[in-house]
Design a protein around this ligand. Structure first.
Ligand code: OAD
Length: 256
């Protein structure tokens, strides 16, 4: 699929041009073209190959901290060598063109930051950071000493990745900002998420109820496809640049 094969409805271009506040919700699909596995895609998704109950819950960490630490260390290495793709870059460029913009991501890979998006809310943490498992203090540096899981230098508790696990609460300030954006935005773009994990999956409903234009960008149908005003079917690394390029076309009410 190429950018020119994507057709963006004229009414959507007009709505995007007129929007004063654009919010975006991204998920793992946005990083798929950077070579980072999604979670739920059949065969290639992480949860098709690994059991989240053994790797992404507080009880898994209590049972086997080394297994959990090593799994995240492996993913951290994959993320470190990955590069932002055209979809990440298009979102960063879109941010520079609209009056008000918030990028809400469920991704922990930091690729939006590396693509130079600025106003970002991370709902599920960031795999590049670790924190004390007792006090939650974020630790910038740690020693990866052979077989043992590193410990907090202040209190001696084990360190853990600064990501949100199943059964855990999302960071309250991040969730608050995301919910406010969903309620206040004029247009919500939802890209590369299966929208199966709450509370992130509820954000499109808030936007919809507040009268925002809701746009889904995904390679496959999701539970949100019915709710969206527009569904752009295709890889986000192609569709998002096409959407950005459509802003350069004449027509629509110009708030740009
Ligand atoms: P999922 O793996 O559940 O969904 C990825 C979505 O991206 C699917 O709907 C795919 O169809 C779509 N997709 C795949 N490749 C794409 C591409 N190139 N362009 C556009 N769409 C594409 O990932 P998330 O929805 O992000 O949470 O999952 C949500 C949360 O569940 C994650 O943050 C993680 C996971 O468990 C935690 O770890 C807490």
């Amino acid at each position: 699929m190429t950018q020119s094969s994507i057709s963006i409805p004229r009414e959507l271009v007009a709505a995007l041009k007129a929007a004063r506040y654009v919010a975006v919700l991204t998920g793992a699909g946005v990083s798929a073209e950077s070579g980072i596995a999604t979670f739920r895609d059949a065969q290639t998704g992480l949860w098709a190959r690994f059991d989240p109950r053994e790797l992404a819950t507080p009880s898994a960490f209590t049972r086997n901290p080394k297994l959990v630490w090593d799994w995240y260390a492996w993913r951290r290495e994959l993320v470190a060598v990955a590069q932002p793709n055209a979809g990440h870059r298009a979102l960063a460029a879109l941010e520079r063109r609209v009056p008000r913009f918030l990028l809400i991501t469920q991704n922990v890979d930091g690729l939006h930051q590396r693509a130079e998006s600025r106003n970002i809310v991370e709902l599920h943490g960031n795999i590049g950071r670790v924190k004390c498992s007792r006090e939650g203090t974020v630790v910038e540096r740690w020693e990866g000493s052979g077989d043992a899981v590193p410990r907090c230098s202040a209190c001696g508790a084990l360190l853990r990745p600064d990501v949100v696990w199943f059964e855990e609460m999302l960071p309250a300030d991040a969730l608050e900002q995301a919910e406010a954006a969903a309620r206040e935005c004029d247009l919500l773009l939802i890209a590369g998420t299966s929208a199966e994990v709450y509370p992130a999956a509820a954000l499109p409903m808030y936007a919809r109820r507040s009268g925002a234009t809701v746009v889904e960008i995904n390679t496959a149908a999701t539970a949100l496809s019915e709710l969206a005003d527009y569904v752009l079917r295709g890889p986000s690394g192609v569709v998002l640049p096409a959407l950005l390029a459509s802003l350069a076309t004449p027509g629509g009410s110009g708030a740009m």
